[in-house]
Design a protein around this ligand. Sequence first.
Ligand code: NIG
Ligand code: FE
Length: 410
Amino acid sequence: MSSPTKTSSPTTVITNIASLVTNDPSLGWGSPRSSKFESGGSSPLGLIQDAAVVIDGDRVAWTGESSKAPATDNRVDAGGRAVIPGFVDSHSHLVFAGDRTQEFNARMSGRAYSAGGIRTTVAATRAASDEELERNLTRYLREALRQGTTTMETKSGYGLTVEDETRALRIAAHHTDEVTYLGAHIVSPDYTDDPAAYVALVTGDMLNACAPYARWIDVFCEKGAFDGDQARAILTAGKAKGLHPRVHANQLSYGPGVQLAVELDAASADHCTHLTDADIDALANSATVATLLPGAEFSTRAEWPNARRLLDAGATVALSTDCNPGSSFTSSVPFCIALAVRDMRMTPDEALWSATAGGAAALRRTDIGHLTPGAYADLAFLDAPSHVHLAYRPGVPLVSEVWRRGVREV
Ligand code: NIG
Ligand code: FE
């Protein structure tokens, strides 16, 4: 391969990588399509053994065998560790205050999870100062970064007034480009007797105030939250304002969420715990990614989404944390990978692909989630010879170094 083009930014080569995950389709399969995952022993990950990566400024400039790496300004020895693309966590709820330890405790003694618990966090979030909300957000973003997450989407949804939703998004937009307006998390407790008036607020004044800070609009389409017609009205209003839809769909029960997501070309239908064959077909024949959030099933003791059915049908699957204080208080993508492999029957390769390239697809991004020339140099080093150890050694802090945009941050 030819040397990277010389520009004014310094070039760095990382050598002595035992196993490099590129997600490069030309080196293996970058496509998520199941037939490719299934054919014996091959990998979607574009793996290179004894590899090197060249970084030019904030981008990947070259990948290949260590012995063939071109000359650069700087040299870093990976010492036989594995290197993977930074995780792309496409679903979290990090602008909140308070915690819900008691609710979790009660659940672990047998109580069921319901959407109503969100109200507890709404009250705590409304009472918090901007500084407290920002401190919380940055704490969890940093916690995730230490575990290898270099891109994190996050949502509003614990304010549910024009002012509180706007400030949540304003604070979030200081720290990530992937910001989602979720005024339709539940009907605000101030509108319990008049849900239609709340939908009018979410699609009217609240949307107008929030749209400048967000890229996405989301709805919790579920019993106890918003039905299909309400969700359609909310997402359609958001689209008209330039926000792109994503949907909390089919989490606690069967319902219209997934079909609505596909109908509106949502980037992602998230949770997908209760799917009919028609839901799976719809996802498989669309550009809508099925984002699975096993931290939520773990923390609510719910049944696992059927990842195999989705993959075997040819749907694109992403894996994310859903980090939030109610249903999934983990910022750890490695933990979710271990759950996906052990309990959702994804292979270690499928799980890693879904947590990197799959997350990027769920955010409709082509510049992250893979390590090929031109992509952002977002990567994580593992204290392990390969990415398989993420599931093989669950709970062990294997991420030992994290680079974002070509700069070491952990
Ligand atoms: O994705 N399902 C809706 N929202 C969150 C839970 C929020 C909460 O319980 O506070 C979720 O699981
Ligand atoms: Fe969620």
